[in-house]
Design a protein around this ligand. Structure first.
Ligand SMILES: [Zn+2]
Length: 101
């Protein structure tokens, strides 16, 4: 397992995000300088560029760093609770940027 995956975990960039009153729990990883975020489906999908280009298209790798870190964590991630407004205003824009870059 890569040291980048370990670093992601030690920097607590991989989180479970509970969106209050929606019953929704998302697994999210912050990238770069926290100016974007990626959405993960455990074991299956990540919205980062590396997943798209190297895992999904080329099949050159099995997982991106985020999925690797998630596996390494065995699901024991820091959890945060946000309300819908906070999700909409703060987290969603970061996920949107993560899809684009
Ligand atoms: Zn990823």
């Amino acid at each position: 397992m890569g040291s980048r995956a370990r670093k992601l975990l030690s920097e607590r960039r991989l989180l479970k995000v509970n969106v209050e009153d929606t019953g929704v729990e998302l697994t999210v990883s912050y990238g770069g300088k926290y100016e974007r975020a990626y959405l993960l489906l455990p074991g299956r999908f990540c919205s980062c560029a590396s997943f798209y280009f190297e895992v999904f298209s080329k099949r050159a790798k099995e997982k991106c760093t985020h999925l690797e870190a998630l596996e390494l964590s065995k699901g024991e991630l820091p959890q945060i609770k946000v309300d819908w407004e906070e999700f909409k205003n703060r987290i969603f824009p970061l996920i949107f940027k993560g899809f684009l870059t």
